[in-house]
Design a protein around this ligand. Structure first.
Ligand code: ADP
Ligand code: MG
Length: 187
């Protein structure tokens, strides 16, 4: 199926819907060297701790989107001194290293970096589901679909109700990304 048959935006303008936002965090680890970077789509792999992240055990496999904050080391060329927040797409799947019985999580941050950031703490605010996993007949088809995922995520996250509080006015602090939870949203 080509990307033209997919919606360009996910979710209503009023903001994320139940069960979102979902959260997870961890220090970036090495992946399986499957060449994501060579495809131009590096994915920061996170350890999946099902005890700390109970929702992930039953999460649908596929592509999700939301925001990532990254605590870059002070000597990283992109470090700004405060945690930065970026749109992201992520894949939740099964971990081949553990014979596909534990979950895997990999995040592609939607901006370029001048250097790797293995070991940095990444915090995720996951706001929606883009699509299920698919088998691809060619690498080109896979890359094209991922590029469409990135466009869908960018467009969806541009809307006011989909941005972390404080992102635009600079009052966003270094704490865990907050977006209105279902309850708070009523005010
Ligand atoms: P691995 O198999 O170790 O995950 P990848 O080819 O997927 O290797 O590259 C991932 C690494 O690339 C990340 O851990 C991170 O350090 C770096 N990286 C650079 N730019 C990005 C980006 N935009 N999004 C995610 N990771 C990035
Ligand atoms: Mg990776």
């Amino acid at each position: 199926m080509s990307s033209t048959s997919r919606p360009a935006i996910i979710g209503p303008d009023s903001g994320p819907e139940v069960p979102y936002p979902l959260r997870m965090s961890g220090a970036v680890i090495s992946g399986f060297g499957r060449g994501s970077k060579e495809l131009g789509i590096p994915t920061a792999n996170l350890p999946v701790d099902a005890a700390a992240t109970p929702w992930i055990s039953s999460a649908k496999s596929g592509v999700y989107f939301g925001w990532a904050s990254l605590g870059l080391a002070p000597d990283h060329p992109d470090a700004t001194g405060s945690p930065a927040f970026f749109p992201m797409v992520m894949s939740i799947g099964y971990n081949p290293f553990y014979k596909n019985d534990t979950r895997s999580a990999e995040v592609h941050v939607l901006r370029p970096f001048k250097a790797d950031f293995y070991g940095s703490e990444m915090r995720l605010l996951i706001l929606g589901f883009i699509r299920e996993e698919k088998d691809y007949s060619s690498l080109e088809a896979l890359v094209e679909d991922i590029n469409t995922d990135c466009d869908v995520a960018r467009k969806s996250l541009e809307r006011a109700a989909w941005k972390p509080k404080g992102l635009d006015d600079g009052t966003l602090d270094g704490g865990f990304l907050t977006i209105q939870d279902g309850e708070e949203k009523k005010n």
